[in-house]
Design a binder for this molecule. Structure first.
Ligand code: ADP
Ligand code: LRH
Length: 501
């Protein structure tokens, strides 16, 4: 039998990548997953008039390039899976054609709609029926915005496909709705495990758009003959993975048995823990935690934190001013900057939109009576320290909700390449950070394909394979002096955060 080979597409808000995974023997006679990156491409919002869009067809084209590359380089994947960022979608007409370019979740059309929907259905009821943190980008608000605006696209739509399902449809011709993405819509009832049709009706969202969800591990179907002909490749089969990137990343966390805490660190920071069932208590609602459907029938209790987006945007501005700058260089400059000079509350809504991030950070500091960071290093340090303090805040809130005490934090995702952030996080939370793997979403995507192929029995065995295959770097908790200064910084952070809510 030839070694199982799988192809994973992982599309994040800042970049997309395609990786090949191959099962191989390790030195001890066990198995490991060997991963090779085939293709990486940038992803960004495209502004057209008032709206922000994703360039979905270019993303599809990059995926095709990757499929061709896989075979050209001698790999023969039997299956592939697609995971992407959450909440966004495309609409298909009655001929199965895409109606316009999908909106980007940062499109301003949802401004003020959290409050407006609350007038129609109380926050308590919405939380019971949707289980999500109240984020302006949740699919429910995007569709409500279209419904209120009398969108002709919504009127003409027959089917809604969430982004990974849309890309799979372009490649296979099969329309499906994968469960983990469905749970990012706030329109899927976590207890009844079905679409919330009464709420759709109340908001003018046509219920006919939604397909019955299928679970990660389900087989979808092969590449269409057109795609195979165009790329000159065999009809490899699409598997429904944990198509929400966060859930794929969680599936790859190299945790053993028992409760664990994780931080998926990319454009967003998702700090959470795995549960068997959604936690829909008034306390979870008051602390505004999400319950997202995960791989293997799990629920993920997690907090969505603004994340490295703030730094990405500053980076983008410096680059657009002609300053050549890598993320590694920026982290090095932050390390040289003075500690705790000024802090921000990362989840202040001013940091959400793509507009003048450097100025936003500086204004926040000015308005709160702190020294205004000027240099790139000062600005980056302010953002990274503030994120680490927010992680402590969210971790402690999560402990209140679950009654667990977590001995440390697993960090995964592109953001862990920022070693300073990992160190700051260990210092802020006062415990160990175990960082790895970087490409967790792509790896979790592969692991679900391997489960579907019968190569791994279940999620637990898949996590063991992840632990046996990828390096994990430990950042020890703080030395006593660091514990003290980070404790003081946390007090300052709490005072700032209290100004917000
Ligand atoms: P997404 O999947 O949301 O697009 P990633 O998981 O790829 O995001 O993480 C992207 C982030 O990782 C960037 O915003 C950047 O801050 C960080 N990053 C990437 N490479 C490096 C690096 N070499 N050094 C430090 N940080 C990095
Ligand atoms: C992270 C993520 C996150 C949010 C956001 C839209 O990439 O999927 O879980 O939902 O993107």
């Amino acid at each position: 039998k030839t070694a199982a080979t799988v192809l994973a597409f992982d599309l994040g808000a800042s970049s997309g990548r395609a990786l090949i995974g191959k099962l191989a023997a390790n030195a001890e006679g066990g198995r490991k997953l060997e991963v090779t990156e085939l293709h990486r491409f940038p992803n960004y919002a495209v502004q057209v008039g008032q709206h922000l869009h994703w360039d979905i067809l270019r993303l599809l084209q990059e995926m095709k390039v990757a499929i061709r590359k896989a075979f050209q380089q001698g790999y023969h994947p039997s299956t592939f899976g697609v995971d992407t960022w959450g909440v966004d979608f495309g609409l298909l007409d009655s001929h199965g054609e895409l109606l316009g370019n999908p909106y980007h979740y940062r499109d301003p059309q949802t401004e003020g709609l959290i409050e407006e929907v609350e007038q129609l259905l109380s926050r308590e009821e919405q939380y019971q029926q949707g289980g999500l943190q109240f984020m302006p980008f949740n699919t429910i608000y995007q569709l409500y915005a279209m419904s209120k605006a009398g969108s002709p696209k919504l009127a003409a739509a027959e089917t809604l496909l969430l982004t990974p399902d849309l890309l799979v449809y372009f490649l296979t011709g099969k329309k499906v709705c994968e469960f983990t993405m469905a749970t990012t819509t706030q329109l899927f009832h976590p207890e009844r495990q079905q679409w919330n049709e009464p709420l759709m009706q109340q908001l003018g969202i046509p219920a006919k758009l939604f397909l019955e969800p299928i679970h990660p591990g389900s087989r979808i179907g092969p590449l269409t003959s057109e795609v195979c002909g165009e790329l000159d490749v065999p009809p490899i089969e699409a598997i429904a993975v944990g198509t929400h990137d966060t859930e794929s990343a969680v599936a790859a966390v190299p945790a053993g048995e028992g409760a664990f805490a994780y931080l998926v660190c990319g454009t967003w920071s998702l700090l959470g823990t795995e549960l068997a069932r959604p936690l829909l208590t008034p306390e979870a609602m008051a602390l505004d935690f999400s319950n997202e459907g995960g791989v293997g029938g799990t629920y993920q209790l997690l907090k969505n934190i603004m994340g490295l987006w703030i730094l990405q945007e500053c980076h983008r501005e410096w680059e657009s001013q002609g300053q050549e700058l890598s993320f590694a260089q920026l982290a090095a400059e932050a390390e040289q900057a003075e500690p705790f000079r000024s802090l921000i509350h990362p989840d202040d809504l001013r940091f959400y939109s793509p507009s003048g991030m450097i100025r936003n950070v500086q204004q926040y500091c000015e308005e709160t009576g702190q020294p205004v960071p000027q240099s790139r290093g000062e600005i980056a340090r302010c953002i990274l320290e503030s994120l680490a303090l927010k992680y402590r805040y969210a971790l402690e809130q999560m402990e209140q909700l679950t009654g667990e005490v977590y001995s440390g934090l697993h960090m995964v995702g592109g953001g862990i390449q920022n070693r300073l952030l990992c160190r700051f996080t260990a210092n802020a939370i006062g415990r160990s950070v175990w960082a790895g793997p970087v490409e967790a979403s792509a790896i979790g995507n592969m692991l679900v394909q391997l489960i579907a192929q019968g190569e791994c029995a279940d999620l637990q065995e898949a996590r063991q394979l992840s632990a046996a295959s990828f390096e994990v770097v430990t950042y020890e908790g703080p030395a006593p002096t660091d514990r003290e200064v980070w404790g003081q910084a946390y007090e300052a952070y709490l005072r700032l955060a209290a100004l917000q809510v």
